[in-house]
Design a protein around this ligand. Structure first.
Ligand SMILES: [Mn+2]
Length: 446
């Protein structure tokens, strides 16, 4: 496996791929304008800062990585792509590093015009004059909302006097950007494959490391460290390492207890590589061998996951995978005595939700829960080649659930892979990560 540093891995994509995505966006906008802000820069505590991560929408359209930025698309105009950015500042750059500035925005990022971010509110009215429809994702930041709404309503007053065309339709920008981001181009698929490969390697390393007495945070450190050593940004979301009953807490991220002999360990972790993240869950026996009851439930979850993956095909609705998973899980739960009654009724009345309370997956890409609508015209959306989904059924038996057979109480299991929709069979990007009972036990004892 190559270990390209991140900048080398990203460089070829910076200009070409973003330019192609931007021209698709300009085409999709038609006669509309679109304004996208960069991610805010959050402090961690006191004056300590998190490492900056650009907003996925702005990065998708531009490749721009610095904070305090916004992109304005105005198709068909003399300046269709305008970037607002931090200007170069030698004294600030001594503290926080190189800035591309206005020059870089134009020369290296393809902007037709670039302005200092501080001038955004002053320039916006002039730049939006002549457009009747503006796409903008309101509701995420009150200061930005008021900047945009003030510019638009100020223009409206001017228009009332002199008949100038100004934005009088506001459309949620997440709709058009979600549609664009939903189907991955070849460059994006390559980066997701790299993220998937690193992630698979990290899960195998975790299985090898995990044994009684090792702490959950040591497993986390092994995984997150490997993500960085392979040139990834780090985890695309906070790594979950849940030993024993902690596996029943869906978003357990405290990761501070020791792994115990005889327990399972659930690990949900994905490497973010060049801003694209994988999302993988594996559940493995701390002592290296599944117990009988653990194995019975594991085989049910695995069978449901395999059935669900088989439903990830072009033309099938998105929800087909959930329906497939629910059917196998429900049959299995009746088989082993977790549920009582008729399978069809338990599915219809959602009786399975007692031990399977989440959905079976989500879109995957720049965000772990990626952009894009799941329904079109009120129905579950048909899958298309280039879409990427996770498939992640599970079973979670609370330790204090007196209705469950005692042997199953406290067991939490989830198995998750990342699937590319193709013209043919589902392409499991994370297939290198072991998941059969035999392969998992081999990885744990290897
Ligand atoms: Mn997931």
């Amino acid at each position: 496996m190559s270990t390209l540093p991140r900048d080398d891995a990203r460089a070829p994509t910076a200009a070409l791929a973003h330019e192609a995505r931007r021209s698709r966006a300009l085409g999709a906008l038609g006669a509309d304008a679109l304004l996208v802000f960069g991610a805010p820069h959050h402090s961690r505590n006191g004056d300590a800062e998190y490492r900056y991560r650009q907003s996925s929408d702005l990065w998708y359209l531009s490749g721009w990585e610095d904070p305090e930025s916004a992109a304005l698309l105005r198709p068909g105009s003399d300046h269709p792509f305008i970037l607002f950015v931090q200007p170069k500042d030698r004294s600030r750059e001594a503290w926080t590093g190189f800035r591309e500035g206005l020059e870089g925005a134009r020369a290296r990022f393809g902007a037709d015009a670039a302005f200092p971010y501080a001038e955004l509110s002053a320039r916006l009215p002039e730049l939006l004059a002549g457009w009747t429809t503006l796409h903008y994702a309101w509701g995420e930041d009150g200061t930005r909302d008021s900047t945009v709404f003030r510019a638009v309503s100020g223009l409206g007053r001017v228009a009332a006097r002199n008949g100038l065309a100004t934005p009088h339709h506001l459309i949620d920008a997440r709709r058009i950007l979600g549609e664009l981001r939903l189907k991955k181009d070849a460059d994006e698929v390559a980066l997701l494959r790299r993220a998937a490969d690193i992630t698979a390697e990290a899960h195998v390393a975790a299985m090898r490391l995990g044994r009684p007495g090792v702490a959950e945070y040591e497993v986390e450190a092994e995984i997150d460290g490997l993500f960085r050593r392979r040139g990834g940004n780090g985890p695309g979301y906070t790594t979950i390492v849940g030993g024993g009953t902690n596996a029943c807490v869906l978003h357990y991220i405290t990761n501070r207890e020791p792994l115990r002999a005889g327990d399972l360990c659930l690990v949900d972790a994905g490497c973010e590589y060049a801003n694209y993240t994988a999302d993988v869950t594996r559940t493995w026996p701390v002592s290296g061998r599944f117990s009988g009851p653990q194995r019975r439930l594991y085989e049910i979850v695995l069978a449901s996951q395999i059935a669900a993956i088989d439903a990830v095909r072009a033309g099938r609705p998105y929800k087909a995978m959930h329906d497939a998973a629910v059917r196998v899980l429900t049959e299995g739960m009746v088989d082993v005595g977790l549920l009582d009654g008729d399978v069809e009724t338990l599915i219809l009345e959602e009786g399975y939700r007692r031990y399977y309370m989440h959905g079976t997956g989500h879109w995957l890409g720049l965000d772990v829960h990626d952009a894009g609508a799941y329904h079109v015209g009120g129905s579950s959306r048909p899958l298309e080649p280039g879409m990427v989904v996770t498939v992640e059924p599970g079973l979670y038996i609370p330790p204090d659930d007196l209705r469950a057979p005692e042997a199953f109480r406290g067991i939490g299991i989830r198995i998750e892979d990342d699937i590319l929709v193709t013209d043919g069979d589902p392409d499991v990007l994370t297939a290198a990560c072991p998941k059969s009972v035999a392969d998992v036990e081999a990885a744990c004892t290897g």
